[in-house]
Design a protein around this ligand. Structure first.
Ligand SMILES: *Cc1c(COP(=O)(O)O)cnc(C)c1O
Length: 379
């Protein structure tokens, strides 16, 4: 048995099953790219990519060149795409390790060309098109300039053309996404007409993979759904009510252990700021997890944990490395008993969505903020 106080369990079976469920939605020639930014959505980069590889995944997207280089060490033959910003100083590292970079401006393309010439190797790039998210991307008015630049940039190999949807999770109305998709297709034609016809065309994230199969093209970027979480309630609800087939199973369980059990009288305050007092006399447990670990201080006095199949409320404020929970209803709580912070225990479940609601955020933030220094254990 491992001796962790607080740790994350990653279910290889659930992850494999989600990958299969998502791949079942794709045309056979479409490439499945596992988005593993933010420490694989808090699940552990190493653990997730190892399991994904075992399930035949050979394409990964990360945010940073550092993660890309780490992945390259573990998987010499995968296609690795950096989605986020890469500093000029790191372009050489990228090319040497055959990492695909997302480029969207003149400076980036010129730098890639320069480094390509210097290392005498074509620089693999995915050109991102601005279609309405107003995040990264080549604006329509700059497309012709970028195309001309790419035509001259003999050492830049355009491997992919991409865009990203702004409103596929948060709306039942496909209008904005459809507009973005049409703008993307228009840009693609302009590139193709200019003789730039990249192998990979991609725009679909989880919500689009599940709800808008017409946007899959030949490459999809699956993040949250691969981890068994829904992009939003709207996506989950649409799947359930409109008979879409997609079964997702949460991959992550977050656990800790009881550090101390004590009896506290009615009216006694709990924790910093005396923010909450015992409503009746009972037992509390101290649990060695706090906001440093990623257990949001906003959960104070609000969230619950599971101990021996019983829901236990967090009492008072979540501290940096500890918190207190009400174990009055637990049968004989003992030191070192397991505490489930996020996950399922018998009939009870505390989902990432439940915690997200408590802190008025989204499940993405709850799982990605689990401190990467906590151990991840594949189960
Ligand atoms: C994070 C990200 C994704 C994955 O989105 P999910 O909703 O988690 O599937 C896809 N594409 C880009 C560009 C991203 O940044």
């Amino acid at each position: 048995m491992h001796a962790h106080r607080t740790w994350v369990e990653v279910s290889a079976r659930a992850l494999g099953s989600n990958i299969a469920s998502l791949q079942a939605l794709l045309d056979p020639e479409a490439r499945f790219c596992a988005v593993v930014k933010a420490n694989a959505y808090g699940h552990g980069l190493r653990e997730v990519t190892t399991i994904a590889r075992t399930n035949g995944v050979d394409t990964f997207a990360v945010d940073s060149i550092d993660d890309a280089l780490q992945l390259r060490e573990w998987g010499p033959s995968s296609l690795i795409l950096v989605l986020g910003y890469t500093m000029f100083d790191r372009y050489k590292d990228a090319l040497r390790a055959n990492i695909h970079l997302t480029l969207y401006d003149k400076e980036g393309i010129e730098r890639a060309q320069g480094v390509g010439l210097e290392l005498a190797r074509p620089f693999p790039a995915h050109i991102k098109i601005e279609t309405g998210t107003n995040r990264q991307g080549v604006h329509p008015q700059d497309q012709d300039d970028i195309i001309r630049l790419l035509q001259r940039s003999t050492m830049v190999r355009v491997e992919g053309l991409s865009t990203h949807f702004a409103n596929v999770e948060d709306s039942r109305n496909p209008e904005f996404a459809t507009g973005q998709y049409l703008k993307f297709q228009k840009a693609r034609s302009r590139f193709v007409d200019a003789g730039i016809d990249p192998t990979w065309k991609h725009c679909a994230c989880s919500a689009a993979i599940i709800l808008y199969p017409q946007t899959h093209l030949n490459f999809v970027r699956a993040g949250i759904s691969m981890y068994g979480l829904w992009s939003s309630e709207i996506v989950e609800d649409t799947v359930r009510t409109q008979g879409f087939s997609c079964d997702l199973q949460p991959v992550l369980t977050w656990k800790s252990r009881i550090a101390q059990v004590k009896t506290v009288a009615m009216g006694e305050p709990i924790g910093y700021g005396l923010s909450e007092a015992m409503k009746r006399s009972g037992r509390i447990a101290v649990v060695p997890v706090g906001y440093w670990d990623g257990y949001d201080r906003g959960f104070s006095s609000k969230s619950e944990v599971l101990i021996k199949g019983t829901r236990c409320k967090v009492l008072g404020r979540v501290c940096m490395n500890m918190m207190m929970v009400d174990v009055s209803q637990v049968a004989q709580p003992q030191k070192e008993d397991e505490v489930i912070l996020l996950g399922t225990d018998g009939l009870h479940r505390i989902s990432a969505d439940d915690l997200a609601k408590t802190a008025q955020t989204i499940s993405y933030e709850v799982v990605t903020r689990i401190n990467p220094l906590l151990p991840r254990v594949i189960v």
